[in-house]
Design a protein around this ligand. Sequence first.
Ligand SMILES: Nc1ncnc2c1ncn2[C@@H]1O[C@H](COP(=O)(O)OP(=O)(O)OP(=O)(O)O)[C@@H](O)[C@H]1O
Ligand SMILES: [Mg+2]
Length: 499
Amino acid sequence: MQSKNPILEMTGISKSFPGVKALSGVNLRAFPGEVMALLGENGAGKSTLMKILSGVYKKDEGSIKINGDEVEINGIKDAQRLGISIIHQELSLLPNLTIYENLFLGCELFDGFKLDKKEMIRKSQELLRKFDFTLSPKTLTKELTVGEMQMVEIIKAVSKDARIIIMDEPTTALTEVETEKLFKIIKQLKDHDVAIIYISHRMEEIFRICDRITVLRDGSFIGEESIENVDKDKLISMMVGRRLEEQFPYAEVKAGEAILEVKNLSWGNKIKNVSFELKKGEILGIAGLMGSGRTEVAKLIFGEYKRTNGEVIIEGKRVKINSPKDAIENGVAYLSEDRKKEGLVLKLSVLENMTLSNIKKYENRIKKINKRNELKDCNEFSKKLSVKMSSPYQLVKNLSGGNQQKVIIAKWLLNAPKILIFDEPTRGIDVGAKKEIYEILNELKRQGKGIIMISSEMEEILGVSDRILVMHEGKITGEISRKEANQEIIMKYAVGLAE
Ligand SMILES: Nc1ncnc2c1ncn2[C@@H]1O[C@H](COP(=O)(O)OP(=O)(O)OP(=O)(O)O)[C@@H](O)[C@H]1O
Ligand SMILES: [Mg+2]
């Protein structure tokens, strides 16, 4: 394997944005038939480097060689011509176009001077089938789930006969089944000698599908290794610059009385008689496969969906929650898993995004905003979550993907309600910041809040929960204490094998 020649060599790449040096002297290689993982904390420069390779940004310095020949990439078209294709971290499909229009965007087929719709639809159908996708190519993209959009994005990139395919956090929005599909596609691409550059914050994925790793930290190149030469601890210390003791800190807190009781919660035939209790000072983990109904339960409690049966009791009192507004008034907050679709005003600054929905908190009696307090909160939470930004006034649209996520989490923590439901809180977040988030959960727990954490990351569920509920097909199939919990038991309940 070592004797292979790289198809891609990026050397000494630098790139600055106003006020930020995003990359300085970075190297990256990719090999045919191999997956190169590109790793680093949020804001390390991974997406920027990949945008340079795919012609979205121009590099300031450095050289790019393909099969040994130096190339200039001055735009997306150049990159495409060189056989480079990218699946972006942020969804880039146009929502008002159909699947087939998105698949052929920029490379439409013509019949004479007319668009050849029929042929594009036929070819799209063929592609979708090839990837076991049963949707019609004429479906509007905005009607798809985020996972389905991502699959279309993946199919689009893969269908272009590219020699180098960049995948920037492709699995964050995918279900387990879709993820397995993607891994199968990656295997096929490797067999066809395609080089893949793979960005992910999920450690298991790296060890499962990657052949080599490259690590960036703060815009600098840290190293390249064969996957056999690294273990998880080594990878983390390359990324974070130090060892991370206790990746899943657990706080021993004596739980109080029930803060939330849910009785026979039902929603059509999707959620069936869900009952449980959440105590003050407790982190209740909810595990289950994607689609098992965890998010629906959260949205029912939060009033985003209307329950068909059941009741919600907060601090011993039956409450009427018919909308998110009611929920918030009753001290319930819900951090959605689907943070890409909601929550941020890209044109505004980090400061404004964090404090806007909460602005009353900063008004004095004559409705004047106390800017100092606003800034203090923004700085405190940015520091806690290590948001990488040039200043509180930086526009959110210029933050890296993971740092945008952190801003949403901060905004929401600033509201500090008594019952908090976190849906996949660490998706897209780097290892160091994940730990910070667990510390924050622990702090909330010490303050006597009730916390529900929905998560698909087994280690996280096992690491920080006091108690774990497991869902399968809209029902709770298991309740496990921290002491007796392990991966096997959770999986058994999650697939419906134990009841
Ligand atoms: N268009 C831009 N304008 C200004 N700054 C930018 C722009 N794009 C990226 N940056 C900055 O460059 C740095 C690197 O960002 P990049 O998006 O490459 O990080 P990343 O490694 O992909 O992180 P993540 O894991 O969060 O996606 C960050 O400090 C980011 O704020
Ligand atoms: Mg990124």
